[in-house]
Ligand binder design. Sequence first.
Ligand SMILES: Nc1ncnc2c1ncn2[C@@H]1O[C@H](COP(=O)(O)OP(=O)(O)OP(=O)(O)O)[C@@H](O)[C@H]1O
Ligand SMILES: [Mg+2]
Length: 265
Amino acid sequence: MKSIAFGTLKGGTGKTTSCFNLAGALALDPNNKILLIDGDPQCNLTNDIGIDCSDMERNNIRTIFDNKKIEPSELIMHGMIEQLPNIDIIPSNILLIKTEMQLVSIAGREKLLANYFERNKDYFSQYTHIIFDTNPNLGVINQNIFYFVNSIILVSDVSLNAIQGAELFTFLWEENIEDLGITNNIKALIINNFDKRINLAKDLQDYYLSEAEFKDILVEIPIPSSVAMKDTSISHLPLVILQPHHQVTTAIKRVVKDLIIREVF
Ligand SMILES: Nc1ncnc2c1ncn2[C@@H]1O[C@H](COP(=O)(O)OP(=O)(O)OP(=O)(O)O)[C@@H](O)[C@H]1O
Ligand SMILES: [Mg+2]
């Protein structure tokens, strides 16, 4: 089982879109069994897959923090994407923000999620990949996610703010991991929403390749900018299903291949 989280400290770079679409491509291999977990109270991944996250009756990621005894089978939703039955999801909920506030004063608060997975490791071992979406902050819920996962994938778009977001994330997370007693698990950096007509596009890649903390983790195949990617949210289908022959689908598959070689996926 590999665990992965998408993150950075700049909003809107395409974390959720990359998470949904790369997971879709990974799921084309029927040997893979994927659990998506939405760690963002905005619930964008939950919505992308077609679940209403304002439903207060449904179990969701909050339940893990509120009721540590909950069985994993009671949290997970199956078969949301008919064509990819090997993708399951634990949805988010808009009240996750409330859980975040409740956790602030609890001792060992950054390790609650890791403890839950450890206690239920037999159940979760049925998955080849557990993939988290996060929002752009380093609050307690995200710290739990980044602490637990084997690999963090940074997501940048083509903007100076995105470079700053990746640098700030790296800087702050390196400080955090010293306190948490783990080694650096930032294993990849992908560029999304790439449009080579933007003047910054080539310079951005060159910049990342020139920086010690990024040069070895940069996935050199960018995910192009395309309206087709926006359609994936509306149709609740990843691009590999929606438009299997689209040029962006080819790029997504190449990114997945690269991440497999890096042993992130
Ligand atoms: N490759 C792409 N081409 C075109 N549009 C894209 C692409 N990737 C993402 N988008 C669009 O950009 C917007 C932001 O994407 P997304 O929600 O995935 O970002 P995010 O990093 O998850 O945001 P947040 O920080 O709020 O969680 C969305 O409208 C999405 O449809
Ligand atoms: Mg998002």
